[in-house]
Design a protein around this ligand. Structure first.
Ligand code: UAG
Ligand code: ATP
Ligand code: API
Ligand code: MG
Length: 492
């Protein structure tokens, strides 16, 4: 194809060569360049791809897209744009022939609840025969094909490539998580979402390589509502008006407040035969009762968000009810059967907001003791550590501080940061660096009626220690511990 086909919706300057040059592929990683590629130079957090220009010309690149002034070599076309991440998004949409125009697109943003809500939406839509793809923290799903994710929202090229595969596979809709980093880095630029969704907002993702402050974080999330047709908002959020700023979409609201378009009323906690869940009435734009077998007030919000979205697809009420009754998401309040005497769950709470809502909601189920095991990621927001320590010591009866992807940092230093927030007496918390040993401690010291929460790793099947990614799945660890200590089950 001609380079010009990729430049339609782009502001650019032709520095040398011609837009009519034939190109064979669109590439943003020098290692993938082949003869005839157009190479888009991204100045990233680690590398500046302008440094690879000589290398890609050597490999036969036909065109280079730059953001900076570089010397132009003969026989190569040079294009300059003000923002190459935006350029990559627009060029990718064109390269894959604008797939978003042929599939209903749903983008969900917010600090928490995105992953859970995407799976709820997929379950509801699929039950009513609407073939739905998914892109998010855990994986991308195209029909029967599950592709594990590196990022919650992938690079724009991958987003467009995935949309194309979904359209070609005959899918009707795609529900995807849109992280604030994705908005900041133009991973979802170059198309308009049919539905944009806001779940909630709390301070998070502030620090190096993330957002410079809360205002920037909120602003990035609000940008989704300048690129969707209908915006569906949690109207109970104190940041609702901030998120709405500058919106260009139609506005619809959900939540618990009486003035909102779709409401959850008469919320009840369900605790039948050890099955934890919630029940409520949906009122406003729709009227029916719903039961969700995932505990916690946030399950009300997540399921109501899913209902607010699926309403637009004309799904019958009975199918919404049926899907929500059976929905479960890997690593999101996932119950692991260990003993009938106490409850063990794996959850992905890895910041203060999610840990606080999780522990608060589990308290409402009146456990004998609430035991919380967690660590904090290295190379990530440092304030999370202190805050999670504070939340756990306030809301759990016993806290086990351990490791959760220390990455390039010293695991002990991270635990020290967490301990600053722990305001408990000795005997009400322990620190055990090795996560398996920490889980073994939790199980060996469990008491009847306890709820034990393993927080932070959720669906992850690895631990990154000193820069090395090692296989580690908490489900497997629990089985290994039971094998090593059969008394855990024999006493059950
Ligand atoms: C800080 C950040 O967001 N980094 C993301 C970003 O990397 P980058 O563009 O900065 O990469 P870089 O290594 O500096 O390289 C710059 C450019 O040089 C190119 N390059 C590099 C090396 C080479 O030999 N040749 C070459 O051409 C690269 O292909 C790239 O185009 O683009 C990559 C590809 O899209 C992402 O995988 C990567 O995410 C990293 C892994 C990450 O941890 N990101 C976090 C902060 C993140 O984005 N999180 C959010 C939210 C998570 C949540 O749900 O809470 C997410 O959406 O995942
Ligand atoms: N609506 C909610 N409000 C607050 N906490 C929530 C909500 N939904 C889920 N949680 C908690 O947050 C954790 C992460 O939930 P989920 O994965 O659905 O959110 P997410 O927005 O995709 O998060 P991430 O950005 O980490 O991928 C859950 O394991 C649970 O503890
Ligand atoms: N995907 C997010 C959450 C990781 C959760 C936790 N397990 C950690 O490693 O901090 C991130 O990379 O920031
Ligand atoms: Mg997620």
């Amino acid at each position: 194809m001609k380079l010009s086909k990729l430049l339609h919706e782009l502001d650019y300057e032709l520095l040398s060569g011609s837009e009519d040059v034939e190109i064979t592929s669109l590439v943003y990683d020098s290692r993938k360049v082949e003869k005839g590629s157009v190479f888009v130079c991204i100045s990233g957090s680690v590398r500046d791809a302008h440094d690879f220009i000589d290398e890609v010309i050597e490999k036969g690149a036909a065109a280079i897209v730059v953001e900076k002034d570089v010397p132009c070599k003969e026989g190569v076309t040079y294009i300059k744009t003000a923002n190459n991440r935006l350029a990559l998004a627009c060029m990718s949409a064109a390269y894959f022939d604008y797939p978003a125009r042929h599939i209903k697109t749903i983008g969900i943003t917010g600090t928490k609840g995105k992953t859970t809500t995407t799976y709820m939406v997929k379950s509801i839509l699929e039950l009513s025969g609407i073939k739905t793809g998914l892109i998010g923290t855990i994986e991308s799903i195209i029909g029967d094909c599950h592709i594990p994710s590196e990022n919650t929202t992938p690079e724009s090229y991958v987003v467009q490539e995935t949309f194309r595969k979904m359209v070609d596979a005959g899918l009707d809709a795609v529900v995807m998580e849109v992280s604030s980093q994705a908005m900041m880095l133009h991973r979802v630029s170059g198309f308009t979402f049919d539905y944009g969704v806001f779940t909630n907002l709390e301070e998070d993702h502030i620090g190096e390589n993330e957002h410079k402050d809360f205002a920037d974080y909120m602003h990035c999330k609000s940008l989704l509502f300048r690129q969707c047709r209908v915006g569906i908002f949690n109207g109970d959020s104190e940041y609702f008006s901030g998120i709405l700023e500058g919106h260009t979409c139609e506005v619809e609201t959900f939540g618990c407040a009486e003035t909102l378009d779709l409401r959850a009323e008469e919320i009840e906690l369900k605790n039948r035969h050890g099955e934890l869940g919630v029940k409520y009435h949906v009122r406003g734009l729709m009227n029916f009762d719903v039961e969700v077998n995932v505990p916690g007030k946030f399950s009300v919000y997540n399921s109501l968000t899913a209902i607010a979205i699926c309403r637009h697809f004309g799904v019958p009420t009975e199918q919404i009810q049926e899907a929500l009754k059976h929905v479960s998401v890997k690593g999101r309040i996932e119950l692991v059967p260990v003993s009938k005497k106490y409850t063990v769950m794996i959850d992905y709470a890895h910041n203060a907001m999610s840990l606080e809502s999780l522990l608060t909601t589990l308290r409402e189920y009146e456990p004998k003791r609430l035991v919380c095991l967690f660590g904090c990621g290295g190379n990530r927001s440092r304030s999370r550590r202190f805050e999670m320590g504070e939340v756990s010591s306030k809301l759990a009866d016993f806290t086990i501080v351990t490791s959760d992807n220390p990455r390039d940092e010293d695991p002990k230093a991270i635990m020290e940061d967490i301990l600053v927030g722990i305001k408990k007496a000795d005997g009400e918390y322990v620190t055990i660096e090795d996560r398996k040993e920490a889980i073994a401690y939790a199980l060996l010291n469990a008491k009847e009626g306890d709820i034990i929460v393993l927080a932070g790793k959720g669906h992850e099947d690895y631990q990154i220690i000193r820069g090395k990614k090692l296989h580690m799945d908490e489900r497997e660890l629990i089985q290994e511990i039971i094998k090593e200590h059969p008394e855990i089950v024999s006493e059950a």
